[in-house]
Design a protein around this ligand. Sequence first.
Ligand SMILES: Nc1ncnc2c1ncn2[C@@H]1O[C@H](COP(=O)(O)OP(=O)(O)OP(=O)(O)O)[C@@H](O)[C@H]1O
Ligand SMILES: [Mg+2]
Length: 261
Amino acid sequence: MQEQRTDRSEPPRLRLDGITVRFGGLTALDSVSLDIPAGRILGVMGPNGAGKTTLFNVICGVFPPTEGSLELDGRSFTPKPHRLTRSGVARTLQGLGLFPGLTVLQNVTAGLAAGSRRGLDLLALPGSVRRETLLAERAMEALDTLGVAGYAAALPDTLPYGIRKKVALARALVSEPRLLLLDEPAGGLSHEDIGELADIIRTVPGDGCSVVLVEHHVDLVMEVCDRIAVLDFGRLIAEGTPAEISADPAVADAYLGVEAA
Ligand SMILES: Nc1ncnc2c1ncn2[C@@H]1O[C@H](COP(=O)(O)OP(=O)(O)OP(=O)(O)O)[C@@H](O)[C@H]1O
Ligand SMILES: [Mg+2]
């Protein structure tokens, strides 16, 4: 009999254990415990204000959780924004978050300069000119992978929204993260661009990279995700396969505004 390819000893890429975030009297996340498996795509859905971006902010160390803890690849993880890429974590922001005064190439190079695993080996090289050239080469590779290398010298504000979204994605991918957090990557994209985005999410992140996709675009989430978590008022109300989530009456009630039977 063929052996099943399940390694029970492998820890999740990220484990969230009882994460609570309070802003004054508002509980943005309420004791959320969730495993993000290695090498899989997890969708996070939920209505506006459910706590999705707050979850990313905790994972990125923008602020510490009020309660709870995180583990990355089985080790206790206290995220620090300035060490994030070095930890193997990269994110895109809700919206764009590109630097308007920098060219497309400079924007993507910034994703390496912060001390990523991929940029670190270059920092050890003698001679800053050589280092700059290699950083730019790697940024060009990332732009090329997303089919936007031709815009390298442009300022982001001069480009169509769909191209700018790809530049933001290239900036996150250039560090070759093992955990990639995408906050509404389909927001503002055309139907055709969303189809392309689905292919990118499935194929471009490196082998073993885990992806967390926060997205309101239900079809995209259902199509590309291995599993889906649903937040409502900061609480994790469901977690399962796309089929399980689409059949869950609590999700229909919370997310789609349909009365649960
Ligand atoms: N820095 C902050 N200070 C105070 N309240 C905040 C802060 N960040 C988020 N909140 C509040 O926490 C709740 C969750 O917000 P969050 O941005 O995580 O929601 P979301 O699920 O990402 O929503 P959306 O789909 O609209 O992006 C909201 O009520 C929001 O107003
Ligand atoms: Mg959000």
